[in-house]
Design a protein around this ligand. Structure first.
Ligand SMILES: [Cu+2]
Length: 240
C-alpha cells in the first residue's frame, strides 16, 4: 500500500507521502470555483424525528463577507400537481423559472409582501422568470389546484441549504471563519424558532450542528383547499 502511495505522489519518504495524501484529500473537497472547502453540517429534528424542507442558513460574524454569485438562478418546478421542491431557498436577487412539467395547466400566484406576482395559466416553459429581490417568505399557490402550496424563502446570504428527508443539510464550499447559523421551516410553530448558533470553521474544516424545532403537522391535499376545481371552466375563464 505504502509503495502505491509513494508511486502516486512521487515522493520517497513515508512521512512526506502521508502529507501528500492529506493535500490530495483537501484539494478534492475544495470547491473548484471558490477553492474553499469548509462545510457546515446541520441536522434538524423535531419531536417526531428528522425534519425535511427546513432551510439552514449562515451569515459571517467576523466582519468578512461571503462571495456572492453574479446572476443567481433557480427553478421551482410544478410536478404531479405539487410545487417541486416544496421549499426553495434563494439569495435575494435570484431569477426563478417556473417550468410546468405536468400535462395540465397551472396558474401560479403569490400575495406575499416579499413578492406579489401572478403567472397566468400556462403549459411547459412559457412562464416568465420572476426575480425575488426582497428577503422574506413568499408563499406560492395555484389558482386551479387549491392544495398546491410552496414556498420561496428569500435570504440575504448566499450560504444556505435545505434539509432532505433525513433532516440533514450541508452548506458547502465556505471560507473558514466565524458564522451564525439559523433554521427556518414553513410550519415552524410561532415562538418556537430555535436560537441561532455560533460556529467557527477552520481551513477545510466542518462544523456539525444539531437543531431541535417545533413544527405543526402537515396538511394533506384534502385539507389544503376545496380540492380540484372545475379545471375546464376555470381554464376557460383565465384563458384570455
Ligand atoms: Cu396548478
Amino acid at each position: 500500500m505504502m509503495a502505491d502511495r509513494q508511486s502516486v505522489c512521487g515522493i520517497p519518504s513515508p512521512r512526506r507521502a502521508g502529507q501528500c495524501m492529506l493535500a490530495l484529500l483537501i484539494s478534492a473537497s475544495a470547491d473548484p470555483a471558490t477553492g474553499m472547502g469548509a462545510t457546515i453540517e446541520a441536522r434538524v429534528l423535531s419531536s417526531d424525528g428528522p425534519v425535511a424542507n427546513a432551510v439552514v442558513h449562515a451569515t459571517r460574524t467576523d466582519g468578512e463577507s461571503l462571495p456572492r454569485p453574479g446572476n443567481p438562478e433557480a427553478v421551482m418546478d410544478q410536478r404531479g400537481r405539487e410545487f417541486a421542491p416544496h421549499v426553495l431557498p434563494v439569495l435575494a436577487g435570484t431569477s426563478v423559472r417556473f417550468p410546468n412539467s405536468d400535462d395540465t395547466r397551472h396558474h401560479v400566484y403569490s400575495f406575499s409582501d416579499a413578492q406579489t406576482f401572478e403567472l397566468q395559466l400556462y403549459h411547459g416553459e412559457t412562464a416568465r422568470p420572476v426575480t425575488f429581490g426582497q428577503p422574506g417568505v413568499v408563499t406560492l399557490g395555484c389558482n386551479i389546484h387549491d392544495w398546491m402550496l410552496g414556498y420561496i424563502y428569500v435570504l440575504d446570504t448566499p450560504a444556505f441549504a435545505r434539509t432532505g428527508a433525513d433532516g440533514d443539510a450541508r452548506i458547502k464550499s465556505l471560507p473558514p471563519g466565524e458564522y451564525e447559523v439559523s433554521v427556518w421551516h414553513p410550519r415552524l410553530v410561532d415562538g418556537a424558532s430555535p436560537q441561532a448558533r455560533d460556529a467557527t470553521i477552520d481551513e477545510s474544516g466542518t462544523a456539525t450542528l444539531s437543531f431541535e424545532i417545533e413544527v405543526s403537522p402537515p396538511r394533506d391535499r384534502g385539507q389544503r383547499g376545496f380540492g380540484d376545481r372545475d379545471e375546464e371552466s376555470l381554464e376557460e375563464a383565465f384563458d384570455r
